[in-house]
Unconditional design. Structure first.
Length: 156
């Protein structure tokens, strides 16, 4: 019984999202929709142009609570109107409907655990993964998140 409840370091369902990558550790479909969990690695920004701010990708989900636990690196986080940096061991909880966004703020990859309550949103990272042929439609992830998960996205 423990084999289906244990995910080893080389297991999970891997995906790529452009320069970023991750793996789904627990699907919502495995928990009767209660939660989903993934590990996500954000690549360092290619280059900062002068003092241009990092693109945080502000968005909100009307019915999903997300949590973020930074395992390594420095993550810039938007929560409501506040912007702050998180480091290894730092945790943030984003209740449903709260505006948030994130970006790698350092020179090394950022590794984090991300949970979705209820689960299901993690499926989009597989459906719209960049490491598939043919590639997914350019705005497919955002359109599906809006349609299926009552999410809203802002221009950065």
């Amino acid at each position: 019984m423990t084999s289906s409840l244990t995910v080893r370091a080389n297991e999970g369902v891997a995906f790529e999202d452009g320069p970023d990558h991750g793996r789904i550790l627990v699907f919502g479909r495995e928990t009767e929709g209660r939660y989903g969990l993934m590990e996500l690695t954000l690549a360092p920004p290619l280059a900062h142009v002068g003092d241009a701010p990092l693109k945080l990708g502000p968005h909100r989900h009307d019915h999903i609570e997300e949590t973020f636990l930074v395992q390594s690196g420095r993550l810039r986080f938007l929560l409501g109107e506040a912007v702050f940096d998180l480091n290894a061991g730092d945790f943030v909880r984003v209740p449903p409907g709260v505006r948030h966004g994130l970006a790698n703020a350092g020179d090394a990859p950022v590794r984090l655990l991300v949970s979705f309550v209820p689960g299901g949103f993690e499926e989009l990272f597989l459906t719209y993964r960049s490491d598939q042929e043919p590639p997914p439609p350019p705005n497919g992830f955002i359109e599906a998140a809006r349609r299926d998960f009552a999410s809203e996205f802002e221009d950065d």
